[in-house]
Design a protein around this ligand. Structure first.
Ligand SMILES: *Cc1c(COP(=O)(O)O)cnc(C)c1O
Length: 370
């Protein structure tokens, strides 16, 4: 084999280093390093326009943005969420003293199943925190109907959903708030970073107070806020990355199409369908290894690793299996049969702009010839 390097599930995209130097020089000259400096302000405007949303507040990472989003809406008591996600989703609830209540996912999309949400509502429920898993939109209308009926808030963990557009606009324009992550592994990265998307200026002002220790002016502190600010370094990176993101998503789309063509007919391998977005972001390429495939998911994972290819079992284990969650009544496997089965079968294949067509063919060949 000619390949002499390991292939990982993702490889962060970076702009040419020379292009970043002028930004660094500006930061050095200005000596404005953080606290809503000029690059921070520029990136908020640029992302608001790019994403097609009304207001956006930048954060140092997606997890602090999730924690803050719950505080913005004064969410308490119980929140219904999915076990099939990255652990930060549920951790943001614990950081606010909120009890997570897990509901099962839809076998088609692996997003929170609206028909399971209603049964999980109690008098303590105040909000729903769904995840647009793999960047595929949740059943937005059904979730909003439930929220309206029971007077619940909806906070979308949209960490996977950067740039996803539906036929009526950005997926981020749904629910009360949406939270993005710009972590190195995501479609758009600022090394570390995140944001809250909100519909109105008043909420944006409250978010801006909460991410800056609760400061509302030099001498006034209105809430026990946190330090969630994005630095000028990360904001400048974001401005530069934004110039390349359309090309990055276009290449991801080609890879997605290649995998679908090469794996579509393989018995026992199920590719998750795209969700009919007007514009998807191809953040992940999950396959489900079904019982009629000759190898188990873990055997296939090992087979690929033996060839220097490192897929990831996202999401395994389920959040509900971790020690701080597994004692909850809703964490019981009997309550989560679809998520439990998916966690046993899923494998996310490498997908990133620098992945070559030959590499996609090699990965697909190994999977197609077990
Ligand atoms: C990445 C991710 C987060 C956390 O974002 P960070 O920026 O890494 O803090 C939260 N939820 C989901 C679903 C994620 O994938």
């Amino acid at each position: 084999m000619s390949r002499d390097h390991q292939i990982y599930v993702t490889k962060p995209g970076l702009p040419p280093l020379e292009d970043f130097v002028p930004f660094l020089r500006d930061i050095w000259d200005r000596r404005v390093l953080t606290n809503g400096g000029p690059y921070h302000q520029q990136l908020e405007v640029a992302l608001r326009d790019y994403l097609g949303v009304d207001h956006i507040a930048l954060f140092c990472n997606g997890t602090i943005a999730l924690v803050t989003a719950l505080q913005v809406l004064r969410v308490t008591g119980e929140v219904i969420t999915t076990p099939y996600s990255f652990v930060a989703t549920a951790h943001s609830l614990l950081w606010n003293g909120i009890k997570p209540v897990f509901a099962d996912v839809d076998p088609r999309t692996l997003n929170l199943d609206p028909t399971k949400i209603e049964a999980a509502i109690t008098p303590q429920t105040t909000a729903i925190m769904p995840v647009h898993c793999y960047g595929h939109p949740c059943d937005l209308d059904a979730i909003q109907r439930i929220a309206d009926t029971y007077n619940l808030r909806v906070i979308y963990d949209a960490a996977h959903a950067f740039g996803v557009q539906l036929h009526d606009g950005s997926v981020l324009r749904h629910g009360d708030l949406s939270v993005l992550s710009f972590h190195a592994t995501k479609v758009f990265n600022t090394f570390e970073g995140g944001a809250i998307v909100c519909p109105d200026a008043r909420t944006k002002a409250r978010i801006d107070h909460l991410k800056n220790f609760g400061h509302a002016g030099e001498l006034t502190v209105v809430a026990p806020g946190i330090n969630g600010k994005m630095s000028e370094f990360n904001a400048a990176l974001g401005l530069l990355q934004l110039k390349h993101v359309d090309r990055a998503i276009a290449r991801r789309s080609e890879i997605d199409g290649l995998y679908r063509a090469l794996l579509g007919g393989v018995k026992g391998i199920h590719c998750l369908p795209d969700a009919g977005e007007k514009r998807a972001n191809y953040a992940y390429f999950p396959i489900l290894v079904k019982p009629d495939y000759p190898l188990s998911r873990d055997e296939l994972n090992q087979r690929l690793k033996d060839s220097g290819i490192n897929p990831r079992r996202y999401f395994f284990p389920l959040i509900s299996e971790f020690p701080m969650y597994r004692g909850l009544p809703s964490a019981h496997r009997d309550n989560l049969p679809v998520a439990t089965a998916a966690a046993q079968q899923v494998l996310c294949l490498p997908i990133y702009p620098d992945l070559s067509t030959a590499e996609v063919e090699e990965i697909s060949r190994i999977i197609a010839t077990p």
